[in-house]
Design a protein around this ligand. Structure first.
Ligand code: PMP
Length: 401
């Protein structure tokens, strides 16, 4: 009997599929602007010095590879919640947070999504910004939530559509779920201003929506962890009970270590304890318990003031290199003689630049110049270096003439 003969290929991942084709390209000038992973000035992946230091400490300290508890290392959860909410947060003082380690940000999306699909007492429809990272829609549908959209940013204009956003959020049925990216929005590089976040918070309150924040780029937007926590800390100050999904992939460069967390804020400590037991139930049935190496690294760094300071400086340095590459790309486009307005490249923030290139232009960049990026024109700015930025700018100029 042929058990799997009926099976057809699943569609390739829109981003990782391109990376596969890039890997097969033998052209020495090829440029990878695909995946949102940091690269140094030579285009190479980095292990942060603070992480290397933490790994040395781990080697000395631990003599086991025992299982972590279902919800991860307690100290990791405590320190991660502190990084998000601030050390003096009243939520933490009153133990209102149900925080569990997860298999990175994607795992946090899954666990929170499953939890909401099962237990959210309102309308189990989650409203996402249009556009957003493709896996948001995929994971939330996969776990059984309905997905709908609110206007966020028109890629052709590359500006926050604040009116559209407020208008759409105002129409979301009461007691639904509103999803936000905490900072450095992927793929647009466009965030609301602090004043706009305050207005959004008030509206979300008025509509009685449950706010969920995906925080995959804390530190990458402004180079500062405190500034980049403005959105969800404002919501908390305004009295919202939020969920926060955290990833250390980008901020600590722990991509393959799969390190992140999922936090729900409760009304009282006993509610937080109950939420945690239900998150544990989901995790137990999904992957039993999380990996330990990444969370041990996070603990070593966050529990040591010197290492933590070192890490903050490293994140600042990464965000500054990204900013410098944005400036260099714009300058080189102008030097190449492009008559288009490329201001959006430097106005956008974080790891990505939604370039306004059309799918046809992107295809030409790849076919003629071996420059790879997703069809929506999203450039992972980390793939630019002082060595390739002129080549990329000239090629973009050629395809946009
Ligand atoms: N959220 C956003 C907005 C992202 O861009 C990503 C990674 N591309 C993630 C979550 C999840 O990443 P990870 O699973 O590596 O933490």
């Amino acid at each position: 009997f042929f058990w799997w003969k009926h099976l057809e290929n699943a569609p390739p991942d829109s981003i990782l599929g391109i990376k596969k084709i890039y890997n097969m390209d033998k052209n020495p000038n090829k440029v990878d602007l695909i995946v949102g992973a940091y690269r140094d000035a030579n285009g190479k992946p980095v292990i942060l010095p603070s992480v290397l230091e933490a790994e040395k400490m781990i080697e000395k300290k631990y003599t086991d590879k025992e299982y972590a508890p279902i919800s991860g290392l307690p100290q990791f959860n405590q320190l991660s919640a502190q990084l998000l909410l601030g050390p003096d947060s009243s939520v933490l003082c009153n133990q209102l947070n149900a925080t569990s380690q997860t298999v990175s940000g994607s795992g946090a999306l899954y666990v929170s999504g499953k939890f909401m699909a099962q237990f959210f007492p309102g309308n189990t429809c989650i409203y996402l910004p249009q556009p957003t990272w493709a896996n948001h829609e995929a994971i939330f549908k996969f776990v059984g939530l309905e997905v709908a959209w609110y206007r966020y940013c028109d890629p052709k204009v590359s500006k926050l559509d604040f009116e559209g956003l407020m208008d759409d959020i105002n129409k979301i049925p009461e007691k639904s779920i509103a999803f936000f990216q905490g900072c450095a929005h992927n793929p647009t590089g466009v965030d609301p201003s602090q004043e706009q976040w305050c207005e959004i918070s008030q509206l979300v309150k008025k509509r009685q929506l449950f706010p969920v924040f995906d925080v995959a780029y804390q530190g990458f937007a402004s180079g500062d962890f405190y500034n980049d926590a403005f959105s969800f800390r404002t919501f908390l100050q305004d009295g919202h009970k939020v969920a926060i999904l955290q990833s250390y992939s980008k901020s600590m460069g722990l991509y393959g270590e799969r390190t992140g967390s999922c936090t729900f804020i409760a009304d009282c400590k006993s509610e937080a304890d109950t939420i945690l037991t239900q998150m544990e139930e989901i995790i137990r049935k999904t992957y039993s318990s999380p990996p330990i190496h990444g969370s041990r690294i996070v603990v070593e760094i966050l529990a040591d003031e010197n290492l933590k300071y070192m890490w903050f400086q490293e994140v600042k340095m990464m965000s500054e290199r990204l900013k410098a590459m944005r400036n260099a790309l714009k300058e080189n486009l102008e030097k190449a003689g492009s008559k288009h307005n490329w201001d959006h490249i430097v106005h956008q923030i974080g790891m990505f630049c939604l370039s306004k290139l059309t799918p046809k232009q992107v295809k030409k960049l790849t076919d003629d110049y071996h420059i790879y990026l997703p069809a929506d024109g999203r450039i992972s700015v980390a793939g630019l270096t002082t060595k390739n930025v002129q080549y990329v700018a000239n090629a973009i100029h050629e395809v946009t003439k």
